[in-house]
Design a protein around this ligand. Structure first.
Ligand SMILES: Nc1ncnc2c1ncn2[C@@H]1O[C@H](COP(=O)(O)OP(=O)(O)OP(=O)(O)O)[C@@H](O)[C@H]1O
Ligand SMILES: [Mg+2]
Length: 263
C-alpha cells in the first residue's frame, strides 16, 4: 500500500446469512483526493462492497469472511459502523437515506459530529437545501432528497465519502447536477469519494479511475478515460452500439478471461 492510498481493499469476500457469497475476492484502491467509481449491473456486489467498507453489514446478517480493508493505515473489516464513521468514513446508502419525518435542518442536526464543515458550508454546496430548510424531508423531490442525504453524510466530517447509486430514478439533468456537486465536494472540501453506479456514463464523467464488478468480482479496471473508450464498457454499460460485428456477452467474457483482466 502506498502512502497516497486512503483505502485499500484486498481480496475481500463477503457472505450473507453464512450461506450466500456476494463478493468473491474484490481488490480496489482509492488514493487520497481521488474520485473512484465502482460500476456494474444488478446484483454485481456494489452495495455489498460499500456496506463492508462502512461497517453496515451486520444489519443484513453478513460478514467479511476473507480479505482485508485498510483505511488510513488501520484495518477496519467487521468493525461496527459507528466506529468506522468516527474514523472518517460516511456512507450515503442506497435506501433510507433521510429521516422523512424531520425537516431538512433537523436531518442535518442528526449526525453526531462536533467538527465538520458545518451547515453554512453545506448550504454553500447545496443552496437549494437552504431554501428548503424548514421542509419535511419526506416531501422533498428525489433529487432534493439525494442532496440532503449527501449533506447529512458530510455532517459526519468524513475523509472518505461512499455514495451508493445516486442516479437511481432521477432525470439525467438532476444526475448531472449531483455529479457536479460531488466534484465540488472533492475540490473544495478535499473529501475523497468512492461512488457506486449502474450509470457508467454519469460516474465516469467525474471519476478518475473505475472498477467494473460482475458476480462479485472485478472484471475490469482502469483510468476513467480508458474505461470510457473501452469497447466492452461502451457496448454494455454506455449502451452505444459499435461499428463492428456485435459480439455476444459470453464472447466478451471469454475474451476477458483470456486476457486475464483480473488475477
Ligand atoms: N440482505 C441480503 N441477504 C442475502 N443476500 C443479499 C442481501 N443483499 C444482497 N444480497 C446478494 O448479494 C449479491 C450482491 O448484491 P448487491 O446488493 O451488493 O448488488 P448491487 O451491485 O448493489 O446491485 P444493485 O445494482 O441491484 O443495487 C446479490 O446476489 C444479492 O442477491
Ligand atoms: Mg446496490
Amino acid at each position: 500500500m502506498s502512502e497516497a492510498d486512503l483505502l485499500t481493499v484486498d481480496k475481500l469476500e463477503v457472505v450473507y446469512h453464512r450461506a450466500v457469497t456476494a463478493i468473491q475476492g474484490i481488490s480496489l484502491k482509492v488514493a487520497r483526493g481521488q474520485i473512484v467509481a465502482v460500476l456494474g449491473t444488478n446484483g454485481a456486489g456494489k452495495s455489498t462492497t460499500l456496506r463492508a467498507i462502512s461497517g453496515f453489514l451486520g444489519i443484513d446478517d453478513a460478514r467479511v469472511t476473507d480479505g482485508t480493508i485498510v483505511f488510513d493505515g488501520r484495518r477496519i473489516e467487521n468493525r461496527p459502523p459507528n466506529e468506522i464513521t468516527r474514523l472518517g468514513i460516511a456512507l450515503v446508502p442506497e435506501r433510507d437515506k433521510v429521516f422523512p419525518n424531520l425537516t431538512v435542518t433537523e436531518n442535518l442536526a442528526a449526525p453526531f459530529a462536533s467538527s465538520g464543515p458545518g451547515e453554512d458550508a453545506i448550504y454553500g454546496i447545496f443552496p437549494r437545501l437552504a431554501d428548503l430548510r424548514g421542509r419535511t424531508a419526506g416531501l422533498l423531490s428525489g433529487g432534493e432528497r439525494q442532496m440532503l442525504a449527501i449533506a447529512s453524510a458530510l455532517m459526519c466530517d468524513p475523509q472518505l465519502l461512499l455514495v451508493d447509486e445516486l442516479s437511481l430514478g432521477l432525470a439525467p439533468v438532476a444526475v448531472e447536477d449531483l455529479m457536479q456537486r460531488l466534484l465540488q465536494i472533492r475540490n473544495d472540501l478535499g473529501i475523497t469519494i468512492l461512488i457506486v453506479e449502474q450509470s457508467a456514463a454519469a460516474a465516469l464523467q467525474i471519476a478518475e479511475y473505475g472498477y467494473v464488478l460482475e458476480n462479485g468480482r472485478v472484471v475490469l479496471d482502469g483510468d476513467a478515460e480508458r474505461l470510457r473508450n473501452h469497447d466492452d464498457i461502451r457496448e454494455f454499460y454506455l449502451g452505444q452500439s459499435l461499428n463492428r460485428e456485435r459480439r455476444s456477452y459470453r464472447d466478451v467474457k471469454q475474451y476477458r478471461r483470456s486476457r486475464r483482466w483480473y488475477g
